[in-house]
Design a protein around this ligand. Sequence first.
Ligand code: GMT
Length: 378
Amino acid sequence: MKIAIVCYPTFGGSGVVATELGLELARRGHEIHFITYSQPVRLALLNPNVFYHEVNVPEYALFHYQPYELALSSKLVDMVKLYKIELLHVHYAIPHAYAGYMAKQMLKDEGIDIPMVTTLHGTDITLVGSHPFYKSAVTFSINQSDYVTSVSESLKQDTLKLFTIKKNIEVIPNFIELNKNIKDDSNPCRRSVMATENQQIITHISNFRKVKRIPDVIEVFYKIQQKLDAKLMMVGDGPEKEKAELLCEELGISHKVIFFGNSNEVDRILSYTDLFLLPSETESFGLAALEAMAWEVPVISSNSGGLPEVNFDGVSGYLSNVGDTDDMAEKAISILQSKENLSKFRKNAFEVAKKFDISNILPLYESLYKRAIEQKKS
Ligand code: GMT
């Protein structure tokens, strides 16, 4: 199949999922065209089936806001015609589903009826999409998609609650590629760079937005390190990072916390991690938690959104109410303070992660694409 993938290219869950999906589809022989404003961070172009088309928005004095949707929909039309693309898969509703709909309409005018799959990722529904400024356009473009998927049952329910949706929403969970996880001690990023042998490593990875409750991460760690010798790895960048650094200073734990910023060493850091923290206010899925579990790392998370669908309470880690940092710290300590317990949780985390291996999830997308293309032909 020839598929166009539209996504955000920056660090962040939806872009990562879209990129990994495209790369695996390409490995399976499909022709994949990524269409976005810069090259996705995880995109390796050394595959004859992978193409990248950049969307440019030329500056013009009259534009107060650059019309990205317009440029994207034009680019989609041009690429569909040039490469005979058979399906559009747009990730994150805003503004991709809207631009995709416009492209579909323009192509229809030229006798091309192309199917569009929209994947809802989370904040496009729960935070941004339901804002009154966007709601009508988001509702419309979801309803105009040929197929709609969401990354968890919880996100599906949120979408049905927040919008008037006439389409069936299929749940296709996020995935990870388990067999790429191989420890490599020859790399300069070694465990000893992060902590001493006796210190346990606790990690948080996110885009440091408010929704991630970064102060809770620090508070939980503060409580853990009072009982155990531990270090905290803070990976990622965003608006809450500076405040987090100040909070660590205030609490006198700066020497125990490393802020990495956006890192290409995520896998390596996770491979040395003992426990992962994700206390988010809301999380449609929590891909970062799954990536940790794939490295046999147990997770302490909040119980909001789709997190209980990924982190099984008492099995791969524990769930606590949002903001209950005492409970989170207590549960973290209960895992970390016993070698046997930690090793049991590590094994369990990996077992749960296996359910989300790409080999189980990718066929769900392939079958959806086939259905969508066939439906247009019939
Ligand atoms: O806010 C973020 O965490 C980024 C956002 C994104 O689209 O990049 O993440 C959302 O999509 C991810 C991939 O499907 C999910 O794993 C995250 O849970 C989701 N974030 C939220 O719902 C807050």
